[in-house]
Design a protein around this ligand. Structure first.
Ligand code: ATP
Length: 506
């Protein structure tokens, strides 16, 4: 991967209106991000493509039959019993460490430590995993402490959670100077709490959903009773989820408010292995199809000791991962595909009191059972971030210095329409073409500045095509098409432009 500088990408996102810090005018709020005009279009294209391809278009399953998926749109706040049944009240925790000196807070399992090999009494220096700056700082502190430069072979590394109490007492935090200021790891529940009703009272505590999945499970019976779907079938949902992450970081990658695109796919227990493999591979190919086609995408099967509580002994869990600039050469999760067994349906059946009555009746087999679930759970914000990272291509030969090479289906703006000069009848012709094209696509009309500057703006927005109306248009009814990726310019008849664009955008 060409190294993309996150600072440059974040700056472009702000300058061109892809992503802003939430409440920036008040100094922002950590872990929350707003999408600007271009970012909103990009993220909407991603979610729309997911919905079209998963719910609306025909998918063919491993059995050669069309795959049935229906949608729901559930509330963010649900009866708190949902989160007791799902295990989130008791177990949705991350270990947290505070630094008494710097007041910074860290995920204990994200902290690593450096020390001098063989040294039992010196100091240990903590850093944040996969943060190169933090690692470099820890190394400098260690070198300063022992007053010499170190080779890699002189250094020992280990996880903070593996340190003894004595070792923790001599550990200097990532943002601290004195040893022993990091607290013991404490469990911290990631759900945001609120109160429902006028009075703040322990009896009316509710939670903002930390995943969209539970709304689907809680509506399993409703969907069965109100539609004709039968196992195997899926329920899809796109919506906000909230997690009070201990250390939100890496731009939108780890946010406290984000959007998920989830499918709970209900199957016969004995077909789990087949459906799991099919979903894992289909989802991987889907990410490739929308532009993450380079070597930056990988599928990683979880080891058995990594599996979540609901996935133990299941057909498997894998992550679809992208090599983000801040994880490189490693990868970060875009989507998890998990065999959740029948854990959630059983839990809800027990907690709501319906018990075995909630089992599904399989007419074909004349038997009752709790269906198993294969869950492809993707993040819309991490997906959007991957699209941004993949598209970002520095190109010193262009006036903008950079071009965003989005897949045309994902590109926020599909075409630019320009009069070469803002006079001589050109704006009128250009505006007419613009009005015609915007009936079906997001297109931008721009009569201002030099044509070079207008192309540069479109390169930064990732617009795949530009149509320019010039002097020749008025005489021979043709326009110039400029192709973003090749910079090739060709002429086509103005009345062919809508069909030409439709064909390229599918
Ligand atoms: P991680 O290990 O990175 O915290 P996770 O395994 O907890 O992620 P899941 O619970 O499987 O994530 O959630 C499904 C998807 O939701 C993830 O693949 C990711 O795309 C998205 N997601 C989860 N947490 C966040 C977050 N804090 N910010 C943005 N997206 C997130």
């Amino acid at each position: 991967m060409a190294t993309v500088s996150m600072d440059d990408l974040v700056a472009l996102c702000r300058r061109r209106g892809f992503i802003f810090q939430s409440s920036e005018i008040y100094g922002g709020i950590n872990g929350f991000w707003d999408y600007g005009p271009l970012g909103t279009l990009l993220k909407r294209n991603l979610k729309q493509a997911w919905w079209n391809d998963m719910v609306e278009r025909e998918l063919v399953g491993p059995d050669g039959q069309p795959v049935d998926i229906v949608g729901v749109d559930c509330t963010i706040i649900m009866n708190p019993k949902v989160w007791e049944a799902s295990g989130h009240v008791g177990g949705f925790n991350d270990p947290m460490v505070d630094c008494k000196e710097s007041k910074a807070r860290y995920r204990a399992d994200h902290l690593m430590c450096l020390g001098l090999k063989g040294d039992k009494v010196g100091q240990i220096f903590a850093y944040v995993e996969s943060d190169d700056t933090s690692l470099a700082q820890a190394r400098r502190k260690l070198e300063k402490y022992i007053k010499r430069e170190l080779a890699d072979g002189d250094i020992d590394r280990c996880a903070f959670t593996a340190l003894s109490a004595g070792e923790r007492a001599i550990t200097v935090g990532p943002d601290a100077k004195t040893p022993g200021t990091l607290t013991e790891p404490r469990q911290f529940n990631l759900m945001f709490k609120t109160n429902v009703g006028a009075v703040e009272d322990p009896t009316n505590i509710a939670y903002l959903r930390p995943e969209t999945a539970q709304g689907i499970f809680a509506n399993f019976d409703n969907v069965l009773n109100s539609t004709r779907v039968r196992v195997p079938f899926g329920i899809a949902q796109v919506g906000k989820a909230f997690r009070n992450e201990v250390t939100p970081r890496n731009f939108t990658f780890r946010s406290r408010e984000f959007e998920q695109m989830e499918i709970e796919f209900f199957i016969r227990p004995d077909s789990a292995a087949e459906w799991y493999a099919w979903w894992r591979d289909s989802r991987f190919r889907w990410w490739q199809s929308i532009g993450l086609s380079s070597g930056n995408l990988q599928l990683r099967e979880h080891a058995s000791d990594e599996l979540a509580h609901y996935a133990k002994a299941g057909a498997g869990t894998s992550d679809i991962e992208y090599r983000f600039p801040f994880t490189a050469p490693g990868f970060g999760e875009l989507e998890g595909v998990a065999h959740r067994s029948d854990f959630d349906l059983r839990q809800h059946a027990t907690h709501c009191g319906k018990g075995d009555k909630m089992r599904y009746f399989d007419q074909e087999r004349n038997e009752r059972y709790f269906p198993h679930v294969i869950e492809p759970s993707a993040g819309a914000d991490r997906g959007t971030l991957a699209l941004l990272c993949e598209a970002y291509t520095p190109d010193p030969a262009r006036p903008s210095g950079v071009v965003m090479r989005f897949h045309p289906r994902m590109a926020p703006v599909k075409a630019g329409v320009f009069p070469l000069v803002n006079k001589d009848g050109m704006p009128e012709v250009a505006e007419r073409l613009y009005r015609d094209l915007r009936k079906r696509h997001v297109v931008e009309y721009d009569p201002k500045q030099s044509i070079g500057k207008r192309y540069a703006r479109m390169d930064e927005a990732g617009t795949p095509y530009c149509f320019t109306i010039d002097g020749d248009t008025l005489t021979n009814q043709t326009v110039t098409v400029r192709h973003r990726d090749t910079l090739e310019q060709s002429r086509i008849a103005i009345d062919q432009v809508p069909a030409w664009l439709d064909e390229r955008l599918g």
